[in-house]
Design a binder for this molecule. Structure first.
Ligand code: ADP
Ligand code: MG
Length: 263
């Protein structure tokens, strides 16, 4: 009989199950094949970068892990069970898919992370407000609490989403191109905070050098899985040529991927 371990919240995790497993997964939108026959495993506790050209299927993969979409064929598991309804995932979509004009304060955005814990139509209690405050402190953002989320810089907004994941008590943080448009100091701050909070993280990025320098594992995607593993092995000239073919230039050890971040 299958042994199940009940976590404090959400649905049970299977002990020793990997963070995420995909088995012969294909996802289509109408006639477009977004992901084709992916089989791979991601392990708990790792910082993983997902890289690949525009249209490679990165966002589709994130939606699959977050349980927002299901594969047309194949099977996915998160902590050994169906990804749907896991409370322990915090998913931050690409910037262009977020409505920044929505009149909501930073504190409220972070409190939204508590909804799954509190339950809909119930009021936050003192305990929830304390967790929100502590989460804001961990990302150095208490001074931003009463601002509207749309007023913040890109780097500040990403910190607030990390705070929301902390308030949610998430075990997995999925961030779709959080670094796009951030200047170098904001990127540095982002990584310092991520290292500090210590949650398993999967980040989609266009920046191959950052992927190589800052992540334990790199998953290189171009509809099919090109490679997964250590950056040095994955980001080989051969794999990059396979993934990017037409829009890649390399100059000594600098890799320039000629793709647009606003896709
Ligand atoms: P990436 O994030 O790597 O740019 P996406 O996952 O957004 O890639 O897209 C993968 C492929 O699926 C692309 O060809 C894209 O045009 C297509 N696609 C993505 N979302 C949809 C959608 N909602 N409807 C139709 N096609 C889509
Ligand atoms: Mg995308």
């Amino acid at each position: 009989m299958e042994r199940l371990q009940k976590p404090a919240y959400g649905i049970p995790h299977t002990p020793e199950a990997p963070l995420f497993h995909a088995e012969n997964v294909t996802v289509r939108y109408g006639d477009t094949v977004a992901l084709h026959d992916l089989t791979f495993t991601l392990h708990q506790g790792e910082q993983i970068a997902v890289v690949g050209p525009n249209g490679a299927g990165k966002s589709t993969l994130f939606k699959l892990i977050a349980g927002e979409i299901r594969p047309n064929s194949g099977k996915v598991t998160l902590y050994g069970t169906d990804p749907n309804d896991h409370l322990c995932i915090a998913y931050v979509p690409q910037r262009k898919n977020i409505d920044w004009s929505f009149p909501v304060s930073v504190r409220d955005v972070v409190m939204m992370g508590r909804i799954g814990r509190i339950g809909l139509f119930r009021w936050p209690r003192r305990h929830d407000r304390d967790i929100v405050q502590a989460s804001l402190e961990r990302v150095n953002a208490t001074h931003l609490a009463d601002k509207q989320i749309g007023e913040l810089s890109g780097g500040q907004q990403q910190r607030i989403f990390i705070a929301r994941a902390l308030a949610q008590e998430a075990e997995l943080l999925l961030m779709d191109e959080p670094l796009a448009g951030l200047d170098i100091p904001s990127q540095e701050q982002f990584f310092t905070i991520l290292d500090d909070v210590g949650i398993s993280t999967i980040v989609a990025t266009h920046d191959l050098n950052l992927a190589a320098q800052r992540f334990d594992q790199v998953l290189l995607l171009n509809t099919e899985l090109i490679a997964l593993g250590d950056a040095a092995r994955v980001l080989s000239a051969e794999n990059l040529t396979n993934a990017y073919s037409s829009h890649l230039h390399t100059r000594d050890d600098i890799i320039i991927a000629d793709t647009c971040c606003n896709h």
